[in-house]
Structures are given as structure tokens and as C-alpha cells.
Design a protein around this ligand. Sequence first.
Ligand code: FAD
Length: 462
Amino acid sequence: MADFDLIVIGAGPGGYVCAIHAAQLGLKVACVEGRETLGGTCLNVGCIPSKALLNATHHLHEAHENFAKMGLMGDAPTVDWEKMQAYKQDVVNGNTKGIEFLFKKNKVTWLKGWGSIPEAGKVKVGDEVHSAKNIVIATGSEAASLPGVEVDEEVIVTSTGALSLGKIPKSVVVIGAGVIGLEMGSVYQRLGAEVTVVEYLDAITPGMDAEIAKNFQKILTKQGFKFVLGAAVQKAEKKDGGASVTYRLKKDDSEHSIDADIVLVATGRKPFTDGLGLADLGVEMEKRGQVKIDDHWATSVKGIYAIGDAVVGPMLAHKAEDEGMAVAEVIAGKHGHVNYGVIPGVIYTAPEVANVGKTEEQLKEAGVEYKVGKFPFMGNARAKAVFQAEGFVKILADKKTDRVLGCHIIGPGAGDLIHEICVAMEFGASAQDVALTCHAHPTYSEAVREAALACGDGAIHA
Ligand code: FAD
């Protein structure tokens, strides 16, 4: 008899959710994790520590910019970087310990160490080999760099180094205008650093609805960000205690360089499957290094599944979690399902940016006839009261059926507001369904309703 019904390799949001859910479904489960703590990239060096720093620096910004406007007088706070780092670590520890508790509660065995798969049905951790009826690969991803850019995690850093810098830098060059670069750039910009973002494409946040991306860039520029777009980074080198980034502008091939205390390489992440022994097992891989899977997360080798950042799709914690739940269901003989058409994306800057479903560009390309309902936060009383009236809600709906096809929000609480539209899309709702739903006043959510109204006869407060 096998030692376990299921061994999950990797305890990130994909792996730990899969392990817990499989245990809930009655399976005997173990989860292998090589880190000292559970929770993967997300809890240790990703989503959670970055949001802690974004939270702390957002309050700092509010104190400097808005407190006096509300009659809150007195000296604005100064920054104790060590304490801010300790706060961030406390948040991380609380969350990683929480997963340990959940493992115990659900009787998931944590096999501590780095795992490999010597043959189907076997997982080796250290010197021990455990047998399992099923194996799920949930080994996640690691930061990708560029040729000519050597990361030392002190001066030339990935997001991991950027979360734990020894001191607050005076200047930062961020290579890559994606989510992680802009979030970490925001942290240091609010702490007083001069932040320059160098991006290969001609727009920030590739793949996002172009109108939102343009507005987002405008708002960040107003906050003090500098952007160099259409620039191919050639190299980054350490220099005089800092570093220098050399780039070539695509429009005229001219070469430029820029110096900074810190260079953050935020050019994306790549799947991490090193040391698992997948090539020897004959597990088929995608061209870009992900584990190849079918519609039920099964790899080409029977009994081995893969989820999360290690497979294709958006590299997001909640996508990994959903796949973890779904593959646990499949392994337990039920029907796991993930609706890849309704996976929200959020950027936790201030203002927040959130999206779900199709962009205007995608609808145009697919030849879908659509209508746009937009509402600015300037018409939302609550947003105005908290000095966050920049931005807008944009709903895209099918021109004939009124079915909601996508939503894009830039503004206060966007990361929470978007879920109303996620639920609407899951239920196949029309914009009118959203518009006819009573929304409490005064809330930011009213802006979503107004955008839905704007898909029909028109918004009230616009
Ligand atoms: P991971 O979280 O990477 O976990 C994989 C785990 O497997 C790791 O702990 C690793 O140690 C372990 N492992 C690997 N190989 C082995 C092995 N052979 N044996 C044992 N253990 C192994 N996503 C969001 O949705 N929202 C955000 O706000 C967000 N912010 C982010 C901010 C930053 C700075 C970064 C870097 C990422 C962020 N992400 C965010 C992305 C998110 O962290 C990932 O999408 C998510 O963690 C992927 O989950 P996963 O379970 O697939 O893998």
C-alpha cells in the first residue's frame, strides 16, 4: 500500500491549498517543502511582504499629503526602516505559521526538505523515499533576469532583495514596468527615492487595457515616477556603491545610461522545476519551461499532475490556489474546474488597478461588438472625501446581449471592487443586472454600478 494518497511538492498557494483541500476530501496527504517556512513565494517573498510595505508606505504618504488637509496637525511621521522591516516580517511569520497550523488541523504531513521524483509514484526527500498514488508538482517560479544583468541581491536585486534592502535608497532604477516593478517602485518612491522605470515596450503594464495603462502611467508620473519606455536594457553594472544601467532607445538606437543606488530587475518570473528529475521521468515540458498539462492538470506521466506558476497561465497566487483546489477534486474522483476567463488581476499601488475578463484591444481583435460603460471616481462622493477621486471604472459588455465581458478599474479599493464583476461574469450577468442591484451609499462600489448604468441609459452622477 502506498504511504500517501497524494504527495504535493511545494507549499506555495498552489501546493498548500491543494494539500489541505485533498485532506478535507478524505485523502491521506503529505506536502514537501524545502524552505524553512510554508507558504511559498507568495507568503515569504511575494504577495504578503510586498503588501505589508505598500501598506506602511501608503500611510506615510497619507500623513505627509493629506492629514493636514483634514485638520490633523503635527509633525508627519519619520521612517524607522528596521522597524518597518520587522513589521513586514511579523506579517509574514503570522501567515506562514498559520499554514503550519492548518496543516496540523487537517492532518497534512509536512515532509521537510527538497523533493524529487525518482519514478512515478515515488517522491524522495533527503534520504527517504515515500510512495504516493498521486503526485502534484507545485514548485512555483523564480525571478528571471536579463543577459548582461548580474543580480547580487544587494545592489542589483530581484523583488526578493528589494523587499529587504539594508537601507532606504535615494534612487532606484526598475527594469520592467510590470506589476511587481511598479509595486516595489511605489514603496521606494513613497519612502523618498527617485524612481525611474525602464521598459522595453512603449507602454507600462503589458497586456492591460490600454486606456487604463495610459491613465495609470499619468498618475504614477504625477506621483514622481519617471518612465523610459521603448528602451532595451543592455547591461547593469555595479559602480561607486550603486549601479549603472545602460539601455538603447528603440526609436533611434541611441545608447544611454542611468545611475542609481539600487537596480531592481523586474522582468518577470520563470517556472522553477530544477532538481525534480522531470527529464529522466519523461515529463513533457512547454517551450518556455512550464510543465505541460492537459485540461485536468495531468502531465504526460500517469499519476503526476502540475499546477500554479510551474504551468502555463497568469503567475498569480489565486490562480495557483484555484488550480490546487481543482486538482485535489480531480484526484479525489470529483469534478475540478477553473474558469480561466474570470481570473482577476490587481496592482496594489495607490490608486489600485484591477481587471477581469477581456480588454478593449482583445475584443476588437476578436471582432466582438461591444459597448463601454465608464464612470469616473470624481463623481463618487466617498472617493472625493478621501482624496482618491482619480481614476475610473470601465465595464465592457456585449453590444447585443449586454452580457458583461470585462471590467477595468483604476481607483480606490479597485482590488476589492473587481470581485463584484467576477461574480457577475461567473453568473453570466448583464450590465443591467449589475445596474439594477442596489449599492450602499456612500461606497466606492457605487462607481461600479454607475459604470454598469453607463452601459445602458446612462450614469446618474456623471
Ligand atoms: P510558489 O509560491 O512559488 O511556491 C512554490 C514552493 O515550492 C516554494 O516554497 C518552493 O520552495 C517550493 N519548492 C520548489 N521546488 C521544490 C522541491 N523540489 N522540493 C520541495 N519544495 C520545493 N500574486 C498575486 O496573486 N498577488 C500578488 O499581490 C502578488 N504579489 C507578488 C509580489 C512579488 C514580489 C512576487 C515575487 C510575486 C507576487 N505574486 C503575486 C505572484 C505569486 O507569488 C505567485 O503566483 C504564487 O506564489 C505562485 O504559487 P505557487 O504555489 O505556484 O508557487
